[in-house]
Design a protein around this ligand. Structure first.
Ligand SMILES: [Zn+2]
Length: 133
């Protein structure tokens, strides 16, 4: 969860993590529902640039979670956030190499994107795209 927004006294969870690179899967929406329960919040929204799967959309609809694409995000953001807040929100999270602690760089492989160590080829540290080791 990236932030808890207050609007008209209603708390709302917002998830933008990886929004540029993920097609939202049902799993992500389920996790969102879990977070909403945890924070005792009744509304949630997931921002994505790449869209979502059908099961994800169905699950989201059933549980009142908003799935918002880039156009919608831009429209809403302009209403609520200033440019630097939006930048902050959408900035990729920094990762550090599990082997040498150098900053990681997002690389696009043949089949998938992954985080590679900036010290490559000296260091071959890698993480999967979600930032897991
Ligand atoms: Zn490294």
């Amino acid at each position: 969860v990236d932030l808890i927004a207050n609007k008209d006294g209603e708390r709302r969870l917002v998830q933008c993590k990886h929004w540029r690179t993920w097609v939202v899967q049902e799993r992500v929406v389920r996790e969102m529902l879990g977070s909403m329960a945890h924070f005792q919040v009744s509304a949630g929204a997931i921002y994505t640039l790449k869209g979502w799967t059908k099961p994800a959309a169905e699950f989201a609809r059933q549980h009142g979670i908003g799935l918002l694409d880039a156009a919608e995000l831009t429209r809403r953001s302009l209403e609520r956030l200033n440019a630097s807040q939006l930048d902050e929100l959408l900035k990729p999270r920094e990762h550090h190499c599990p082997k040498c602690e150098s900053p990681m760089i997002l690389r696009t492989g043949d089949f998938t994107a992954f985080w590679g160590c900036s010290a490559f080829p000296r260091c071959r540290g890698k993480m999967n795209h979600a930032g897991a080791r």
